[in-house]
Design a protein around this ligand. Structure first.
Ligand code: SER
Ligand code: ZN
Length: 518
């Protein structure tokens, strides 16, 4: 990602690839609520395509206890830490950077990074929280593989969860124990997670369509465990649906979900360890309403479905946020529509769009689904990025049809697996699969505002000609005075005077205004 310009904004146009790659991370946590020590070993590699540059890592409010390169303690002339960034000079080849820092989960009231929630220790790292845990290139296009070792007193933290697969656990004596997790998939720091504490679970083991045995767990504090059963069923339904509808299998040996009492977002799709606001997990079968169950199921599915749209294929930079969020909302909407009433789900979505997203798109904070600058990415988790982003994917689905859409998605996942992608990559995959030029369609991503349509119809009884005229106008939005025409698929049916559908499909006249094709 890029540094802010003098205007205080980070600009999409300033993107540059990282000068240093991180191939592998090994983290070791000595967990305690008041004070936790984090040791990190980063395997670094300079990008061979770029001139050698100093190593710049993010790290916010960390207490630096030790720093070494290739096993040698680094003299203080070689690095500078200003409380936000760590700069190390004199590195010019592959090397291993080791740091040890102290952080304070109980004092962390931002609930970003590692924090205490009751008797639990939890994390929230999207978008830029991982830098509050250790020094790291905290940008989504830096995607190492991970080993995470958690150590803690057994009495306070009997369960120790992290991303990936559990590889070992052992008793350390003196009432302490340790658990090691290995995440073999290239994963950016925003998907890092741990959860520690007196958690209990509901569990089910199943076999995926590819023959992998997977243990599904939903964890909560003991009093809440009976209310986790519905969420566990929802995980299984989401897993099966992604296998069938999108051909996407689950890729680890365990899938863990944790219900948290203190959580700023609705839920978070961390690799193999989703963390939820408890209100999207816990359901009492005797008091929950249909709407409660549907909301839980759709959020559980949303986070599960991110495992492909967001995690296996992640984002090049935060401007591409809708590439994972709009796409995943589209996918969870299709999941709910396939399992329940498609019509009711559509009514729910359209009410949200018309009631709230249209208002956002018409107001002072109107922004494109892919904005071209931001001050703070945390302000962009909006209805426009999520819901309008999902509707754009739906427009594409309508344009090319289910078969070509599925082929385009297969191609997108195949071409970008393990990579940090852009909206251009998404469109390129769909262009290749459908043979359709999506250059004009792409305007949906860069132009803010809700287009308004004026539709008039004319029927000439003498000739039998029926003419439908559609005018399109998008009102100006802040910073975008001029609007270009957007591609909008239109579906309609004609009926004769008796109310019988006229089955001969009408021949649409192709738009002939010069700007239409521009
Ligand atoms: N990435 C999270 C989600 O949308 C943020 O809430 O699922
Ligand atoms: Zn999401």
């Amino acid at each position: 990602m890029s540094v802010p310009r003098d205007d205080g904004f980070v600009h999409l146009a300033d993107y540059t690839a990282p000068a240093w790659r991180i191939l592998r991370v090994e983290l070791q946590f000595d967990l305690a609520a008041e004070s936790t020590e984090v040791s990190a070993r980063l395997q670094l590699q300079p990008d061979p395509g770029q001139p050698i540059a100093p190593l710049e890592l993010d790290g916010v409010d960390l207490e630096l206890l030790a720093i070494a390169v290739d096993g040698e303690i680094l003299p203080d002339t070689r690095y500078r830490y200003d409380g936000r960034h760590l700069r190390v000079t004199g590195l010019d080849r592959d090397c291993v950077l080791e740091t040890r820092v102290r952080i304070h989960p109980a004092a962390n009231t931002r609930l970003e990074g590692l924090y205490r929630s009751g008797r639990l220790l939890l994390t929230q790292c999207e978008a830029e929280g991982f830098r509050r845990i250790t020094f790291f290139a905290d940008r989504p296009d830096v995607m190492p593989r991970w080993r995470i070792v958690l150590r803690a007193p057994h009495a306070d933290y009997p369960v120790l969860l992290a991303n990936g697969n559990p590889v070992s656990s052992s008793d350390l004596g003196e009432g302490r124990h340790e658990a090691t997790w290995e995440n073999p998939h290239p994963t950016p720091g925003y998907l890092f997670a741990i959860a520690a504490g007196p958690l209990e679970r509901v569990t089910k083991t199943l076999e995926t369509v590819e023959g992998r045995r997977v243990e599904l767990n939903v964890w909560a504090e003991s009093a809440d465990v009976p209310r986790c059963a519905y969420a566990l069923g929802a995980v299984e339904r989401a897993l099966r649906w992604d296998e069938q509808r999108f051909g996407r299998g689950y890729d680890l040996d365990v899938f863990n979900v944790v219900a948290a009492q203190d959580f700023t977002m609705g839920a978070m799709e961390n690799k193999g360890l989703n963390i939820f606001n408890a209100r999207y997990i816990l359901a009492d079968e005797t008091t929950a309403t249909d709407a409660d169950f549907l909301a839980i199921e759709s959020v559980v599915a949303h986070e599960y479905l991110h495992n492909w749209s967001g995690n296996r294929v992640t984002l090049r930079d935060w401007f591409q946020l809708s590439l994972k969020e709009g796409l995943t909302v589209f996918r969870d909407t299709e999941f709910s529509s396939d399992l329940h009433s498609r019509a009711l789900k559509r009514i729910e979505v359209v009410r949200l769009l018309r009631g709230r997203q249209f208002a956002e798109d018409a107001g002072a904070l109107a922004h494109a689904v892919r904005p071209d600058r931001f001050r703070e990415i945390s302000n962009f988790y909006t209805l426009t990025i999520y819901e309008k982003g999902a509707e754009i994917v739906r427009v594409l689905h309508t344009l090319v049809g289910e078969t070509a859409f599925r082929a385009g998605m297969d191609r997108y996942f195949a071409d970008n697996d393990g990579r940090a992608a852009t909206i251009e990559d998404f469109l390129a995959a769909h262009e290749a699969a459908s043979g359709r030029d999506l250059a004009q369609f792409a305007r949906w991503y860069s132009q803010a505002g809700t287009p308004e349509l004026r539709i008039t119809e004319q029927h000439d009884a003498g000739t039998g000609d029926y003419t439908l005229t559609v005018d399109q106008h998008t009102p100006p939005t802040p910073g975008q005075a001029e609007k270009a025409p957007l591609l909008i698929p239109l579906r309609f049916a004609l009926y004769d005077a008796d109310g019988t559908a006229i089955t001969t499909p009408p021949t649409p006249t192709p738009p002939n205004s010069p700007e239409w094709s521009s």
